[in-house]
Design a protein around this ligand. Structure first.
Ligand code: PCA
Length: 211
C-alpha cells in the first residue's frame, strides 16, 4: 500500500512541531508499505487545499495525519472529526474562525476508518503510552482529519484516513516541567508500530469512557 503520512509546520510562535519531526524520522518503507511524507501548513484553508492536491497527485491508499497536542501524555489515536472550526488562536494565515462549519454540505462528523483500537493495543505492547481519543479539538488538526474523511466519502472512494495526536517533545516551545512530553525516539517507534498494524483487523477491546 501507499501510505501518505503528514505532519504540520510549527504554530503558536513555536520553533518546531513534533508532528513533522516524527514524520521525517519514519523510514521510507514499513512492512512493505511505501511511506510518502508531506508537511501541511497549520492553516484552516490552506491545509484543506494542500491535502486535496496531494491526494490527487499521489493517490495514496491511506492518509495518516499527525499533529501536536501539547498537554497530552500519550500517543492519541483520534476516533472522530467534527464539522466545526472554533479557534482560540489565529492560524498561520491569521484566520481565527468562530463557530463555523468546515463544510456546509458535510455531515456533523466523520469517524476514522482505521483500526484504531488495534493500533493502540499494538503500540502499548511495546510499552509506549497510547490511547483512543474521542475529540481531535476544533482547530486545524480536527479540520484536516475532517477534510481527509470528507474527501474519502465524496471524491476518493476506498481511501482510508485517520489522525494521530502526539505529545510535546521534552523542553519544546512553551512547555514547562508540568507539561507531559515524549521522546522523539518513542514517538517515531509508536507511529511506526501504528503504521505496521494499519491493515490489521480491528480489535473489540473496550476503550469507552464513562463520564
Ligand atoms: N496541532 C494543532 C494544529 C497543528 C498541530 O500540530 C491542533 O491540534 O489542531
Amino acid at each position: 500500500m501507499k501510505i501518505l503520512v503528514t505532519g504540520f509546520d510549527p504554530f503558536d510562535q513555536e520553533e518546531i512541531n513534533p508532528s513533522y519531526e516524527v514524520v521525517k524520522g519514519l523510514p521510507d518503507q514499513i512492512n512493505g508499505h511505501e511511506i510518502l511524507k508531506v508537511e501541511i501548513p497549520t492553516a484552516f484553508k490552506k491545509s484543506a487545499e494542500v491535502i486535496e492536491q496531494v491526494i490527487r497527485r499521489l493517490r495514496p491508499d491511506v492518509v495518516l495525519c499527525i499533529g501536536q497536542a501539547s498537554g497530552r501524555a500519550a500517543i492519541s489515536l483520534e476516533k472522530v472529526a467534527i464539522n466545526l472550526a472554533e479557534a482560540r488562536i489565529a492560524d498561520n494565515e491569521g484566520h481565527q474562525p468562530c463557530d463555523e462549519p468546515l463544510r456546509e454540505d458535510g455531515p456533523a462528523a466523520y469517524f476514522s476508518n482505521l483500526p484504531i483500537k488495534r493500533m493502540v493495543e499494538e503500540i502499548r505492547r511495546t510499552d509506549i503510552p497510547a490511547e483512543i481519543s474521542y475529540t481531535a479539538g476544533t482547530y486545524v488538526c480536527n479540520s484536516l482529519m475532517y477534510h481527509v474523511l470528507y474527501l474519502a466519502d465524496r471524491r476518493f472512494p476506498g481511501l482510508k484516513g485517520g489522525f494521530i495526536h502526539v505529545p510535546d517533545l521534552p523542553h519544546n516551545g512553551k512547555s514547562n516541567k508540568l507539561t507531559p512530553s515524549m521522546s522523539l525516539e518513542d514517538m517515531v517507534s509508536g507511529i511506526s508500530v501504528a503504521i505496521e498494524s494499519i491493515d490489521f483487523p480491528e480489535s473489540c477491546a473496550n476503550f469507552g469512557t464513562i463520564i
